[in-house]
Design a protein around this ligand. Structure first.
Ligand SMILES: NC(=O)c1ccc[n+]([C@@H]2O[C@H](COP(=O)([O-])OP(=O)(O)OC[C@H]3O[C@@H](n4cnc5c(N)ncnc54)[C@H](OP(=O)(O)O)[C@@H]3O)[C@@H](O)[C@H]2O)c1
Length: 201
């Protein structure tokens, strides 16, 4: 079955960005992006690299895991501020927003409908898995729909920031089964968790 997979970079204390919502891995960012991290992403998750990085690395293959990416409006605007109207033209790209009315790019679909209903409909359709890029607010809304988590755990803490799941998400403890892990020399960990079968809704 088609699954929703949240592939996300997290700090050890569970944040995906600083409190200001800027790009933590951008030119002015504080998040280390060492060469072995980029190499691992290019080898295992080439679809998740934005178009300029794919060009720089010579990646042209469509990738085998995902054909669709879901993004919250505030995450999408991080790319817009960097001049990218569509960071993922190699995927079907949906941006959830109830305030944007005109898409800045013909390849980006704006969705004001309920994210949960939208994802459930996608899961009924044929296709590769769906990548949830974030951010924390959208991931909080979709918390119960996430089938797999790929946490790119960076060797850093922030103390404060935007959490992996929105602070407004409902309290709903879940257990996950660790299905894969990679430890990079630079100190980053890639941790893959599948939602435990007993909790599948
Ligand atoms: N570490 C990582 O891997 C990673 C990945 C992605 C993003 N980030 C970071 O995350 C930060 C942004 O995250 P965020 O939590 O502030 O925001 P977000 O989840 O990216 O976007 C929130 C927006 O999504 C829309 N939305 C949320 N719920 C919705 C619903 N039920 N229906 C329709 N639209 C809905 C709303 O847009 P409207 O207000 O327009 O309605 C809302 O303001 C940025 O700093 C970014 O760099 C980090």
């Amino acid at each position: 079955m088609r699954r929703l997979v949240y592939v996300v970079a997290s700090t050890v204390d569970g944040f995906v960005a600083g409190p200001d919502g800027a790009d933590p891995t951008g030119p002015d960012g504080f998040w280390p992006v060492p060469p072995d991290y980029v190499e691992h992403l290019a080898a295992e998750y080439p679809e998740t690299l934005p178009a300029p990085a794919r060009v720089a690395l010579g990646i042209t293959a469509p990738g085998s895991r995902f054909d669709t990416v879901l993004e919250g409006r505030r995450s999408y605007e991080v790319g817009l501020r960097a001049g990218l109207t569509n960071a993922f033209p190699h995927l079907r790209h949906l941006v959830f927003s109830r305030t944007l009315t005109v898409s800045p790019d013909p390849g980006v679909e704006l969705v004001a409908a309920d994210p949960v209903a939208t994802v459930r409909e996608m899961k009924r359709q044929e296709g590769k898995d769906v990548w949830l890029v974030g951010g924390g607010e959208l991931a909080g809304v979709l918390y119960q729909e996430i089938d797999e988590l790929v946490v790119k755990l960076g060797p850093l803490t922030l103390g404060a920031g935007i959490p992996l799941f929105s602070r407004t998400a409902a309290f709903d403890p879940r257990t996950w089964t660790l299905t894969d892990h990679t430890v990079l020399t630079s100190g980053a960990l890639f941790l893959t968790y599948r939602r435990s079968p007993a909790q599948t809704t």
